[in-house]
Structures are given as C-alpha cells and as structure tokens.
Write a protein that binds this ligand. Structure first.
Ligand code: AMP
Ligand code: TRP
Length: 335
C-alpha cells in the first residue's frame, strides 16, 4: 500500500539485457530511475536473459554477463526486500505466455518494428524468428505481472506500444483480462550520447572505447574518457540547439549532480572546457565509486547472488503462473 494515499501501489516492471558491460547511458537512462521508483511503486526488475539470445552469445561469456547484470542491480541500490529482482529465464511463464501471445500478434505489425529492421541488418547472417518475435516476449514480460507502468528508454517505446495493442486485442476477444500498461517517463533521466560522436547514442557496442563510460570503469579511465570527449569551438558552456557535444556534457553533469542545466551554466560561466570536463569526470567517479565497491562485493559470491535471485524468481513465478492460468482458462484450455 501507498502510505500517503492509502491506495494500492502501482505495479512497475522493467528489464535490462545482460548483453555486456553496463554504461553511463544505461545508468542515467534506466537504472538510476529504477532505484528512484522502488519506494513509490510495487516494482519487479529482471535480467532479461531470454531476450539476449536473439543475437548469438558465447556460453561462458553469456553466463558471466548474467551474473554481472544481476550483481549490478544490487550494486546500484535495488533492494530485494523492497523490489522483486529476478532472472527472466527462471520464470518459465515468460516463454509460455510469449507463445500464446504470438498467436494474437500479426506478422505485419512485427515487420514494422524499427529495432527488428535495424538488428536484422546488423546481423544479416542470423535473422532468426526470435529476433522477429522479440516484442511478443517483451509483451509477455509486462502482461504477466499486470504491470501498470513500464519505465523504458526512447528506443523501447515502440515495443511498449505493440504490447498495448496485443493486450487490447486479447481483451477484445476475452473481456478485461490483461492490464494495459502505460509507458513511464521518469523524472530524472537522460539520453546519453557518445562522447566521441554526440549525434549517436552512447552504446557499449561502440568499437571506440572512448565513446562510452562503463559503470565499473576505473576512475583513471573515466577521467581519461571525459578529457578526450569531443566538444566544439564556441568555448562557452551553454545549452543551445545544434551544440550536441556540449548539450550532452551539460546533461550528464546535470543528471548526475541533480543541478538544473541553468545552474550548471552559471557554475561554469567564463570557465573553459578542460575544467568542465574534469568536474564531470569527478562527479561521475563519485557517483560510481560506491556502486563499483558494491559490485566487487556482490560478484565475488555467486551462491549468494543465486540465492537472492532464486527467491525473487519464486515470488515472480507466483504472480506469473496465476496470470498464465487465467489467460489459458479464458482461451479454453483444459487446466
Ligand atoms: P541496452 O543496453 O541498449 O539493452 O539498453 C538497456 C536500457 O538502457 C534501456 O532502457 C535503454 O533505453 C537504456 N539505455 C541504453 N543506452 C542508453 C543511452 N545512451 N542513454 C539513455 N538510456 C540508454
Ligand atoms: N527490450 C528491453 C531493452 O532492450 C529490455 C526488456 C525486456 C524490457 N523485457 C522488458 C524492458 C520489459 C521493459 C519491460 O532495453
């Protein structure tokens, strides 16, 4: 219950793929918001490992990435006594509901997904059916828990929209069974751009390592990457249309410190880019210091990680299995 309004808390679900190193972009665009949401909402956060095999993974590396992502959820301050933290593949109902919902999803609507078009171009040698039906699995993730709100970055909005369409189509056949989820636009949040090419999103898959900052990068690396960040020749620290590099740096500093862009502009009035970059690096290093320390602690004890995430999966499965049962009963399956 929400203690102030005495109404049930809204349900929130989100997921992150264990597809590699987590970056400042993942942190400011997703993870930091999750932490901010956990007291206000009834939250479930998962490591979306089933989604990751749409692209071929090397088994040992994949397994390590799942542990790393799980450890990172704890390290940023998600609290398993407050939120349900789990690994998607530990709850079989995700794959089960995915199949069912795929029979309520049209070929045409999946063909229009931008991410499918982009990824099938990038991995042209492996355009598998999983890549195509990726949004159906995501719809299953969301609809299994009757989620009211789904915090997602801009790139996932289209997938949320198709989840809403699938749920509405299902409800039109069988009555009010599925909760139609709303996208959640976080209070804090930013689209973090590459430090080397500020018209591109910061992404760990960038071949230039100076383009992105990892959450567990060493302080020296973080400082070096910000010092090398591209700027422009204007020489002043002010947000203006078209000044992608400076806008990105101001936005990063502002999101990390909680200061408004105007306050940041005032603080650095008359100062040079060099000084500004060092200040950003220092703020990011301080933000990440406790996370990095926590990460080193959690990643050492895989048994403990497994214990925490298995307990989470058990609570999640309890909700999810009931929902699948309800859906199957409506369709006419013999239970
Ligand atoms: P990905 O690592 O691309 O699977 O993304 C995981 C989550 O982090 C998603 O919610 C993305 O929207 C978010 N995200 C990834 N990169 C960025 C970025 N550069 N800026 C903001 N959010 C991001
Ligand atoms: N597809 C999301 C991404 O790549 C991750 C994800 C999987 C997700 N299932 C979800 C996000 C359910 C929100 C809700 O970022």
């Amino acid at each position: 219950m929400n203690e102030t309004t005495n109404t049930p808390k809204k349900r929130v679900l989100s997921g992150i793929q264990p597809s590699g190193v987590l970056t400042l972009g993942n942190y400011l665009g997703a993870l930091k918001n999750w932490k901010a949401m956990q007291s206000e909402f009834d939250c479930l956060f998962m490591v979306a490992d089933l989604h990751t095999i749409t692209i071929r993974q090397e088994p040992a590396k994949f397994r390590q990435q799942i542990y790393n992502t799980a450890a990172m959820l704890l390290s940023i301050g998600l609290d398993p006594s407050q939120s349900t933290l789990f690994i998607q593949s530990h709850v079989a109902a995700h794959a089960q509901l995915c199949w069912i919902l795929s029979c309520y999803t049209q070929f045409g609507e999946l063909s229009r997904m931008t991410q499918f078009k982009e990824k099938s171009q990038k991995h042209a040698d492996n355009v598998n059916a999983g890549l195509f039906s990726y949004p159906v699995l995501m719809a299953a993730d969301i609809l299994l828990y009757a989620s009211d709100l789904v915090p997602v970055g801009h790139d996932q909005k289209q997938h949320l929209e198709i989840s809403r369409n699938i749920a509405t189509r299902f409800n039109n056949c069988y009555g009010d069974v599925l909760t139609i989820p709303e996208p959640y636009i976080p209070k804090i949040g930013a689209r973090v751009m590459s430090l080397q090419n500020p018209t591109k999103k910061m992404s760990k898959s960038d071949e230039n390592v100076n383009a992105w900052v990892g959450i567990v990068d060493s302080p020296d690396d973080i400082l070096r990457k910000f010092k090398r960040a591209v700027t422009d020749s204007e020489g002043c620290i002010r947000m203006q249309p078209g000044r992608d590099a400076i806008n990105n740096l101001i936005s990063i500093y502002s999101t990390v410190t909680g200061k408004s862009p105007e306050q940041v502009e005032q603080q650095f009035e008359g100062k040079g880019y060099g000084e500004f970059k060092v200040a950003i690096a220092e703020a990011v290093i301080e933000e990440f210091r406790p996370i990095r320390e926590n990460f080193e602690y959690y990643i050492k004890d895989k048994k403990e990680l497994e214990r925490i995430f298995k307990a989470g999966a058990e609570s999640a499965a309890h909700i999810a299995n009931r929902q699948v049962g309800k859906v199957m009963k409506k369709i006419g399956f013999v239970l």
